[in-house]
Every structure is written in C-alpha cells, then in structure tokens.
Design a protein around this ligand. Structure first.
Ligand SMILES: [Zn+2]
Length: 155
C-alpha cells in the first residue's frame, strides 16, 4: 500500500471516531518511518520488521493505557498493519502476512521488485482499487465536513 494512503486512512479513522485525528495519523505514519530506514541501512533484512510486528501492537496496547493520545497512536498504528496485511491478501500474497509474526517468523516476501517497477505493476491491482476507495471516502468526508462548517458559519 502506498504510504500516503496510510495517512489518509488515519484521517478517515480519526474522523469516524472521537480520537485525535493528528495522533491517529501519526500512528499510521510510524511503522514505515521506523522500518524502512532500518531496511535501507541494512540493520534489518526486510522492510516489515520491528514496527510491523504484532509485538509492536502489544507494546502500544500497554502504552494506550496511559491516555487518549497513546490510544489514538495505537489505533493508527494498528490500521497501518491491517491495511498492509489486507493489501497482501487482496493481491494474492496471503503468505506475506507472516510479517506480523516477526521476529518469531522471518518470512521472505514474494515481491522483490525495485520500487518503480513494483509501483507500475501495482496500478490496477485489487489493492490499488481498495486504495482508491479509501481516497474517495476521505475526499467525500472532507468535502462534507467543509459543507457542514460553512453551514454553521452562515447560521
Ligand atoms: Zn507498512
């Protein structure tokens, strides 16, 4: 799933609930901000490791007991992992969902294309259509919230 879609999904989740939208969006951003650099500089062998592990959700679950901001971050973080897993299932790679089991299971992902080649092959896939639906949902919600705000200012 493209990184900006995680942020947009966080916006959607934050709008639907009563949690801080900024904290939920921050939670959606962190897994890739942590794991991608670790993979790029070679500390980990893959891009879905520490912050994409279900164990990270256990830690966040403990932090979530400390207040609403941590709960919002945990919800956003969880949505990121859920969307990454959904993306793999939709695109016919359910075995890759094993990334959630890191470090217990170190799974070699089925996709190993360079980023540009991957992005081009990704367009039109079932997961890319799911991403489109997320963007359209967020756009609709954003426009409707603007309409509501302008009606409030007129009355
Ligand atoms: Zn991710």
């Amino acid at each position: 799933m493209f990184y900006p879609t995680h942020l947009v999904a966080g916006y959607l989740v934050g709008q639907v609930g009563t949690l801080s939208v900024a904290a939920v969006v921050a939670g959606t951003a962190l897994p890739d901000l942590i794991d991608k650099p670790l993979g790029v500089i070679g500390i980990t062998a893959q891009y879905h490791t520490v912050a994409h592990s279900a164990l990270s959700l256990v830690v966040l679950g403990v932090l979530a007991t400390r207040g609403w901001v941590w709960l919002a971050v945990a919800v956003g973080w969880g949505s990121h992992l859920a969307l990454d897993a959904l993306h793999m299932v939709l695109n016919g790679r359910p075995a890759d969902v094993q990334f959630l089991l890191w470090p217990v299971v170190e799974h070699e992902p089925q996709v190993s294309q360079p980023p540009v080649e991957w992005a081009l092959s990704y367009l039109g896939s079932p997961s890319s259509l799911a991403e489109l639906a997320i963007w359209l949902g967020a756009l609709t919600l954003f426009v409707r919230s603007g309409e509501t705000d302008s009606r409030r200012s007129l009355s």
